[in-house]
Design a protein around this ligand. Structure first.
Ligand SMILES: [Zn+2]
Length: 319
């Protein structure tokens, strides 16, 4: 069976998987990223991909696929713009091709994860599918009629940056106010907890250093019935439901799968949004889009970027 190296490039670390064509991960290698300059990130990528290629299980690997944050020119693998890394026009694909002398494909990380989840995870038996990766931000990808939507300049699927609270929302990393990502990501949940804090003067929910505050901690406190956390969670869930209903109105997929760190909340998260999503679904027949938790977890990016190598590009190949 053919194999490829599938790389998931994140803001704090990079993971390379040796992936077989049936979606199985045969080995994984990880490297921390401390310096986000282009040269430092390329060095980390070269280390982790080099280690993967040296492994016996990667023998005869046919190429390297990389999922990176940002807007990426598909044929060259040039990252045109990545706010996470503060990059503009960096030749990521070209640098890796020179280093490894094998085919290299680069695409947006969330679109790669969507391809992986569609081909081997929760989207497997669907034709119309959306993946939302809810972590620090919200990434997205849309499969419609069996085809992954790319858009005119690889911008289709930027669901995290449609505004849902343009008047009173939080400021997004992209500069706009009240983007879906700013309101309904893990970061959004933490911000909701701060926003409602004045109503809970005796709460100790946020009594810790800012960098130690996690969305998981707030979610767990909400599950345990902490009043402050419950209020934050309610506002978070209301915003998440709003965005999900918008996605349903745009593409009425058979399934929206929620992945990323925040989705480990599982049924608690789905149960918090289901009724509201139904209420906000007006012209699309209610209940025709299933909400589910993604199956591949953190592996979706690696599996998807390797699948891109097998298919010679970011294509579902099922149209
Ligand atoms: Zn935004």
């Amino acid at each position: 069976m053919r194999k490829a190296i599938g790389v998931d490039l994140g803001g704090s670390h990079v993971t390379a998987g040796i992936v077989a064509e049936d979606g199985a991960i045969l080995g994984q290698f990880e490297q921390d990223i401390e310096d986000r300059s282009f040269d430092a990130v390329v060095a980390a990528l070269e280390t982790v991909v080099g280690n993967a290629l040296k492994d016996g299980k990667a023998q005869d690997a046919i190429g390297i696929g990389v999922g990176s944050p940002g807007n990426i020119e598909p044929s060259s693998g040039m990252v045109l713009y990545s706010p996470n890394f503060l990059w503009t026009d960096v030749p990521l694909g070209e640098r890796l091709r020179k280093q490894f002398d094998m085919p290299v494909f680069v695409a947006n990380d969330a679109r790669c994860a969507t391809l992986g989840e569609y081909a081997f995870g929760s989207g497997k038996d669907t034709q119309d599918f959306v993946l939302l990766t809810i972590g620090t931000g919200i990434g997205g990808g849309i499969v419609s009629g069996g085809r992954l939507l790319i858009g005119n300049r690889a911008g289709a699927g930027e669901i995290g940056h449609h505004q849902i609270r343009p008047r009173d929302g939080f400021i997004c990393g992209c500069g706009k106010i009240g983007c879906f990502e700013a309101q309904a990501s893990g970061t959004g949940l933490i911000r909701h907890a701060f926003a409602v804090a004045p109503s809970f003067p005796r709460s100790n929910l946020l009594d810790r250093e800012r960098d130690k505050l996690g969305s998981k901690m707030i979610r767990r406190a909400a599950q345990a019935g902490d009043a402050h956390a419950v209020a934050a969670w309610k506002n978070f869930a209301a915003d998440l439901a709003l965005g999900l209903a918008n996605v349903i109105a745009f593409v009425n997929p058979e399934m929206i799968a929620l992945g990323g760190g925040v989705s480990t909340a599982g049924d608690f998260m789905l149960d918090s949004v289901r009724d509201r999503v139904d209420e906000l679904t007006t012209m699309v027949p209610k209940g025709t889009t299933k909400l589910a938790i993604a199956k591949l977890g953190n592996d979706a990016g690696q599996v998807g970027s390797a699948t891109m190598v097998f298919r010679g590009g970011l294509t579902t190949g099922r149209s």
